[in-house]
Ligand binder design. Structure first.
Ligand code: GLU
Ligand code: ZN
Length: 489
């Protein structure tokens, strides 16, 4: 199915990608995929002081990691490129001059100090504090006079003075009164075009049919609607897109989730070992629901089911615990083989296995993964659980030993040394007979000492399975070393 629906994700490459922007990307992506439309990826890098190449790379890299493929955009191209606004300067200049010659803009010579002073007075007089239209009707002579004084002009858009109402795809009817949307700046005095200009101009030129974005941008919509009227009039736009504003995402303490909150950072999720599918699954729930209480789904399933009717205009609450729980569900859902592959980089990073894992390392990992799959919530917790399988230097904390430990370990060595069948069941039976039945110890006490000697920990993956994986020699060696350390103390 293909359709004329064209949506866009158009972040500015400043700072690190954050979950708020990813949620926006996801809803646009899902809408495009659901409708057979086109998902456009545009980079809004017109603010040379704040944009960076690293951030640009991080955006592309993040989108690829998340599996949100774009149909048009950087490195992919498309019929309406270039898709980096920094490469579109000539286009904007041309549009501005068309707007100028049709009387939609005017130069404004007011200085910041003058604007501030007049805003102050407006507020005292209980008038709207926005731009007061001071330079709207300057004569050519007055403009020349300002220029002669050495003043530089920004270019302002002349608002039509009417109220603006639109039928928001998510919030229903929204109205802004004319007095709350004053004439606004399109181009800085130094010639740099602003978001207010380039965003709608590109939406027009790229034939964007639906603008889906965060609620924080609601107040820019009346200005964009006005600009679109002008763009249509001068032949730059063919139509005005529909607008839908996604709900706020709230963080701790009923405050909006901020880019600075650590749980905002996309890099954190990658670092901690969240699966991209799991993160998208969770982000989908921030304002959208699949219905029937279904909360576990893949991005593809989300796209299949995605409609704007199911987007809730009310603020959504970000809950890291829930996100982590969903990640755990995903970890349990994927195959052990895939999980093992995903864990490799985390073991490498922890220095437990080689960059290119040996066959033996792979074998151990593949055997061990089913033992931890049930209890893993993030991939980054795997190294701690698995460390004892990849290193022989186990040093159990003294607190793990009991009065019986030494005799338990000595007896374990005796019984395990001659064991022919080194299997989970055989190990378990041998130790149970020797320690629980013969020595009459409580299983927890008896096996606790063995666990300490083998894994160095109080809590570990299942003990007998782990011993099978480690092999007889390694286990006996660990038991012996613990006995020695107990003799020494
Ligand atoms: N570059 C803008 C931002 O990142 C895009 C906003 C929009 O979707 O219109 O906030
Ligand atoms: Zn002015």
């Amino acid at each position: 199915m293909t359709s004329d629906i064209r949506v866009r994700f158009c972040p500015s490459p400043t700072g690190n990608p954050h979950v708020g922007m990813i949620r926006t990307a996801l809803f646009n992506w899902a809408y495009a995929r659901h409708t057979g439309g086109t998902f456009v990826f545009r980079i809004e890098d017109t603010d040379s002081a704040r944009d960076s190449q690293e951030s640009y790379q991080a955006l592309l890299d993040s989108m690829r990691w998340l599996g949100m493929t774009w149909d048009e955009g950087p490195e992919v191209g498309g019929p309406f490129g270039p898709y980096r606004q920094s490469e579109r300067t000539a286009i904007y200049r041309d549009v501005v001059s068309k707007l100028e010659s049709s009387g939609y803009t005017y130069p404004c010579f007011c200085t910041t100090e003058e604007l501030d002073a007049r805003r102050e007075i407006a507020m005292q007089e209980k008038r709207p504090p926005g731009y007061d239209g001071h330079c709207r009707n300057l004569t050519i002579e007055e403009q020349e006079k300002f220029r002669a004084e050495g003043r530089e002009a920004v270019i302002r858009f002349r608002m039509p003075g009417t109220d603006f109402t639109w039928n928001d795809l998510i919030r229903g009817e929204v109205t802004f009164k004319a007095e709350h949307v004053p004439d606004f700046v399109l181009v800085r005095a130094n010639g740099e075009p602003l978001y207010t200009l380039v965003n709608p101009v590109d939406d027009a030129l790229m034939r964007i049919s639906h603008v889906l974005r965060g609620e924080d941008l609601l107040s820019s919509t009346p200005r964009q609607l006005a600009l679109f009227q002008a763009l249509q009039h001068i032949g730059v736009a063919q139509f005005t897109p529909e607008y839908g504003h996604l709900p706020y995402v709230m963080g701790e303490g009923n405050k909006k989730l901020s880019k600075r909150d650590p749980e905002s950072s996309l890099a954190m999720y990658r670092d901690q070992g969240y699966l991209p599918e799991a993160l998208l699954n969770y982000l989908a729930l921030l304002g959208w629901s699949m219905g029937n209480d279904v909360e576990f789904f893949s991005p593809t399933q989300m796209a299949e089911a995605f409609t704007l009717e199911r987007v809730n205009p009310n603020p959504a609450r970000f809950d890291l615990k829930k996100c982590t729980a969903i990640n755990g569900d995903w970890i349990r859902f994927i195959s052990p083989t895939l999980l093992a592959e995903l864990i490799v980089p985390f073991l490498v990073r922890a220095g437990l296995i080689s960059e290119v894992p040996t066959e033996r390392e792979f074998e151990v990992l593949n055997q061990a993964v089913p033992l931890i799959q049930e209890r893993l919530d993030t991939l980054s917790s795997a190294p701690e659980l698995l460390a004892f399988l990849f290193t022989d230097s186990i040093s159990p904390d003294r607190s793990l030993w009991t009065d019986e430990s030494r005799s338990v370990l000595e007896r374990s060595i005796e019984i395990l040394k001659p064991l022919q069948d080194w299997s989970t069941d055989a190990i378990h039976t041998a130790l149970r007979v020797a320690l629980v039945e013969e020595l009459q110890l409580k299983p927890k006490l008896a096996f606790g000492s063995v666990r300490a000697a083998i894994t160095g920990q109080k809590i570990s993956p299942p003990l007998f399975e782990s011993m099978e994986i480690l092999g007889q020699d390694s286990c006996l060696e660990r038991l012996r070393r613990s006995v020695e350390s107990l003799q020494g103390s």
